[in-house]
Design a protein around this ligand. Structure first.
Ligand SMILES: [Zn+2]
Length: 352
């Protein structure tokens, strides 16, 4: 028969084991051992069945009292250990609000795009409108209409990308938009447009890539002269490159203008004193222009006996290289983000 003493020993065991439990798992083991369905107390309860009634009642009370104390002891320890565990986890998972956040990746405008927008801004403020034409162009618009004869080098397979579709070429310049704009304006005056866009040639070296950007310009009205051309383009150059630069115009030849001129600006590298970049001249060319050839006016539906005009073509990359100090044109199109993202320099007006 179990003695009262046995339960006192058990209580001491329970208290000792509970106190030794160092974590939630260990205290659960103690609970299972004593209070589980097959634990020591449950076993002792079963054994009471064999006892006489009086003894069973007495032992039952003692066992119940032990069970109450065991629940209290083990439960208390369990709660304390659980709280400690939770506190430890919270400490570990604590958000460090002082850590710098992860910045979202924001895109940047390509240097070529920024320079194109700068040029557009300058001309829009001078009253020009924007026009666009197709990149896959009819040969007539790209060549014949611009007075480029069949034997002109630009017509050569070596210089242009022709397509499988007959009579279609990747436009070699933005000049076909001159004809398209004249056709759109249908003889009304003035025509005062710029046409930025992609052009394509079979070139690939440090100063030429197969795809690049031009801005075409065209002005037609009564009494337009070379003085208007010089005034407009000089104003543009001063806006784009700064009021300290100088410009000069040299006679040149293009099939679609007569007379033709090229505009030079003072060399950025030496400021005009002469260096390796400008081959000692102090000048670098930035655009080709001229008075619109009578044939071109006629092809666009304008009468060269009544109106005159001037046109120009400007390479955007060349200007971007100058504005950002880039020495190899190909770098602009290798899509190296590290390279491209360094050109944050302010150009033109804010937001361009
Ligand atoms: Zn120079």
């Amino acid at each position: 028969m179990p003695s009262d003493n046995r339960y006192e020993t058990w209580l001491e065991d329970i208290q000792e084991q509970t106190a030794q439990a160092q974590d939630v798992d260990q205290v659960q083991e103690v609970r299972n051992r004593w209070l589980g369905r097959r634990g020591l107390i449950a076993q002792a309860m079963k054994e009471l069945a064999a006892l006489p009634l009086e003894e069973k009642r007495h032992q039952g009370q003692l066992l119940n009292a032990l069970r109450e104390k065991a629940l209290e002891t083990i439960g208390g320890r369990q709660a304390a250990l659980e709280l400690a565990e939770e506190t430890r986890q919270l400490q570990q998972e604590r958000l460090d609000m002082t850590l710098p956040g992860t910045l979202p990746h924001t895109g940047l405008l390509h240097p070529t795009t920024r320079v194109r927008r700068f040029i557009e801004d300058v001309f829009l403020r001078m009253g020009f409108s924007l026009e666009y034409g197709p990149e896959i162009e009819q040969e007539w618009y790209n060549f014949e209409a611009l007075n480029i004869p069949a034997n002109h080098p630009a017509r050569d397979m070596q210089d242009s990308f022709f397509t499988n579709c007959p009579d279609r070429v990747l436009r070699t310049h933005t000049s076909p938009v001159q004809i398209r704009a004249m056709q759109k304006y249908q003889g009304s005056l003035p025509v005062k447009i710029i046409a930025p866009g992609r052009v394509f040639r079979r070139d690939d070296d440090a100063t030429h890539v197969p795809m690049f950007f031009q801005v075409e310009g065209l002005v037609i009205d009564h009494g337009i002269t070379l003085a208007d051309l010089k005034g407009t383009l000089t104003a543009m150059a001063l806006e784009l490159l700064g009021s300290e630069i100088k410009t000069r115009f040299r006679p040149s030849y293009f099939p679609f203008t007569e007379p033709s001129v090229e505009m030079d600006v003072t060399c950025a590298a030496c400021g005009g004193t002469g260096c390796r970049v400008c081959k000692g001249t102090g000048w670098v060319e930035i655009l080709g222009s001229g008075m619109v050839h009578p044939t071109v006016l006629r092809n666009g539906g304008y009468d060269p006996d009544v109106v005159t005009g001037f046109a120009f073509g400007l390479g955007i990359e060349r200007l971007a290289m100058r504005l950002f100090g880039i020495d190899d044109l190909r770098l602009l199109y290798q899509n190296d983000m590290q390279f491209l993202s360094q050109f944050q320099t302010y150009i033109g007006r804010p937001g361009l």
